[in-house]
Write a protein that binds this ligand. Structure first.
Ligand SMILES: *[C@@H]1O[C@H](CO)[C@@H](O)[C@H](O)[C@H]1NC(C)=O
Ligand SMILES: *[C@@H]1O[C@H](CO)[C@@H](O)[C@H](O)[C@H]1NC(C)=O
Length: 388
């Protein structure tokens, strides 16, 4: 249009008028073409009508014999509403919506890259000072595991110099971040979709009496969606239920009977594992990942809410494995790396933050649950959610 309006103006009035008419006509034609070309395709791509419906409209228009309606429905453009969000323009056959952490070669036939495809994933959040303990841990995980190390101290390559297994492990290094921060960012359920079980473990666990392959065997046998190994009672524990029992394979409830959480069985008496050494099934992790809040990095309180991620009765799907057990060594690590403030020691600042996060998480879960039931206009069935 800009070009047309700048065309030379004729000196004679009649040719001036015809020029105006010509310009208008030209513009109208151009406008019609633009609309004809772009509108139907815009309409097609932005709509979320099911593809089958669009197709049947197109076919009925075609069959009706009316002239030129094929411009109105453009079935040459792909719009696949059942594709993952954002990928609707792709033919569904090419979509790879899930991934894995398998290492590949730079050469050769891709089909032959993977000599093994581990079905289990073990992650540890580590500092270099704990390398010998992590070396001992990794030795308890067979070749059927992918090993991921999250390095909170930034030291990575030194591990490769010391440990053969480290060269095949996946190292993710971000300074002074916590296990749940890494898990949220690097263990998206679609990324770890190949793994049947996911271990998200601390660095200070003693594994002399633990074998990962045997552990998984037991977890499968007892149908546990979320679990942890029992803790050696000699070295201390935070909650009764996590205490290892002798002559037992698995337990799902505390042996002490506490009125406030035993009927029906609730955390921390049942349906409870701690956040230090949890093991998740693929399905449970898909749910838990969504529950982890981006700004709450210590994960306190998460253990009380895990039951929400398994089918009821939750106390049957969450349990402690006694026959494969660990020792919590209570080695201070990230907990010491806070910031001295107002005369408070660095560890105190971290501890305060943990408590604060717990409170915030609890409030969020309660508020969200209330909102949900209010929207249904029914009374919330449970009073307490994450607190003890
Ligand atoms: C690894 O998995 C395979 C297939 O399930 C099994 O046969 C093998 O025994 C496992 N390896 C170890 C060390 O348990
Ligand atoms: C919830 O709390 C109210 C009082 O705050 C109590 O009357 C009610 O029985 C409780 N419901 C459940 C399911 O615990």
């Amino acid at each position: 249009m800009g070009i047309l309006s700048r065309s030379p103006i004729s000196s004679r009035r009649s040719s001036d008028d015809s020029m105006k008419l010509f310009t208008t006509a030209l513009f109208a034609i151009a406008f019609g073409i633009v609309i004809g070309l772009s509108f139907p395709s815009l309409w097609i791509t932005e709509t979320s009508l099911p593809r089958n419906l669009l197709r049947s409209i197109a076919i009925s228009l075609r069959d009706s014999g009316i002239a030129t309606p094929h411009k109105a429905i453009d079935i040459s453009k792909i719009w696949e509403p059942s594709n993952p969000r954002g990928a609707e323009r792709l033919p569904s056959g090419i979509i790879a919506s899930e991934s894995d952490l398998y290492l590949r070669r730079l050469w050769g036939n891709p089909d032959e890259d993977l000599v093994k495809q581990p079905r289990y994933l073990a992650t540890f959040t580590v500092g270099y000072n704990q390398r010998h303990n992590i070396d001992a841990c990794v030795s308890k995980f067979s070749e059927n595991f992918t090993i991921v190390l999250f390095h909170y101290d930034g030291v990575t390559s030194a591990w490769n110099d010391e440990f053969e297994w480290s060269r095949n492990a996946i190292h993710i290094s971000v300074k002074k971040q916590t296990k749940w921060w890494y898990a949220k960012r690097f263990l998206h359920p679609d990324i770890v979709a190949r793994y049947d079980y996911i271990f998200i473990w601390d660095e200070d666990l003693g594994v002399d009496h633990f074998n990962a392959e045997e552990y998984i065997h037991i977890v499968k046998k007892h149908d546990l969606e979320i679990s942890q190994p029992g803790l050696d009672p000699e070295t201390g524990f935070n909650w009764q239920i996590t205490k290892r029992r002798e002559h037992s394979e698995v337990h799902k409830e505390t042996d002490e009977k506490l009125d406030w959480c035993s009927n029906p069985p609730r955390p921390p008496c049942a349906a409870f594992v701690e956040i230090m050494a949890p093991v998740f099934s693929r399905d449970a992790w898909r749910c838990v990942w969504h529950m982890i809040q981006n700004d709450l990095v210590h994960g306190w309180g998460l253990d009380f809410a895990l039951r929400r991620c398994v089918e009821e009765p939750a106390f049957e799907k969450i349990g402690i494995v006694d026959s494969q057990w660990i020792v919590h060594q209570f080695i201070p690590s990230l907990g010491n790396q806070g910031k001295a403030d107002n005369g408070k020691a660095p560890w105190q600042g971290v501890r305060d933050r943990c408590q604060m996060e717990w409170k915030m998480f609890e409030n969020r879960v309660e508020a969200a649950e209330k909102d949900y039931f209010r929207s249904l206009q029914v009374e919330s069935p449970s009073n307490s959610t994450t607190s003890h």
